[in-house]
Design a protein around this ligand. Sequence first.
Ligand SMILES: [Zn+2]
Length: 369
Amino acid sequence: MPFFDFAGNPETIHRLREMLARKRFPHAVILSGALGSGKYTLALMLARAMSCLEQPSTDGGLPDFCGRCSNCIRIAQSEDLDARFAEAVEARENLRDTDKKETRLFVQTHPDVLIIPPDPPQMMIKVDQVRHVIETIYYRPAEARERVYIFTSSAFMKEAANALLKVLEEPPEFATIFLLTENAGELLPTIRSRSMTFNLGALAVTEIENRLAQLRPQWNARQRALVARLSEGAIGRALSFDIESYVAARNHALIMLKSALGGNEGGHAELFKVTESYRSGAEGREKIDNLLRTLYALLEDLMFLQSGAEQLVRNTDILGELKKMSEAADFAWLQRAADGLGEVERGLRRNLLRSLSLDAFATALERVS
Ligand SMILES: [Zn+2]
């Protein structure tokens, strides 16, 4: 059954469904949680439960949704938000210049369910988007039982936030507004006080591993264990995790750290081949950000091993290798390495040539070790 598929936070889901059952669902709901925690998935599930034509119930009489009726099917077409968003952006790009400026972005696959994403290039919710919400929200739903509005970000322009506040002061009986946020503190206190907030907390590592066993059977147990530990309790991050590019970045990071610790068989030639590959290019910035994140994660894992907290290590698939490295690296070295990385980051912000600052980092580590 559909709500059964939602990963984690069973008490929160139960409370929301109970309010639906009692027809006491709030007009404005803030769903707060980390990136990938399932806020958008949950909002779309609730939208379907509100308007499902078959109105099934599960878990002792709580409302659910069938996934087959015309309302369920059309609402579900919004599930792939990235794809729908890209289509909306492209459609706007194809407009004449004069129309382009006045067109705001929306995702809509059902006449009564409107999704409001942040509008590029600023990636903020703009006042014209909220105005469109105000223009439509007072009409009764045409085909659903409830009109649903889902704001996928809490980055509101000031004017837009004030406009939203006006709707929240007098929402119509038949409308529900979802506000999704990674940090509810970003929303105006007056918006928060007119909404009910539900938090989606992090899932346990074992729970994510179990979900991955069902949903990503192509990954082996070691890969699932690794991804579960790196996704910080967010099922969406686990499911969309790019193992290949992570392992590629990690191999580079390992070469750098090992060569500094004197344990790299490939020697300097291999090290400079690695740093050389970060010189420039369009995707250069993302590549180096991945490398830096991975370097930090490895240093942290080495720190955990040093302090006898092996259970906290995330890169469990290379535990043996990490243990060997941690024998060569002491606390002071790890501290210097972390400081050195901070310097690389500052250098990047000043736009130093990327490979140069990586070389400086790698050789600086060797000098002190
Ligand atoms: Zn249905």
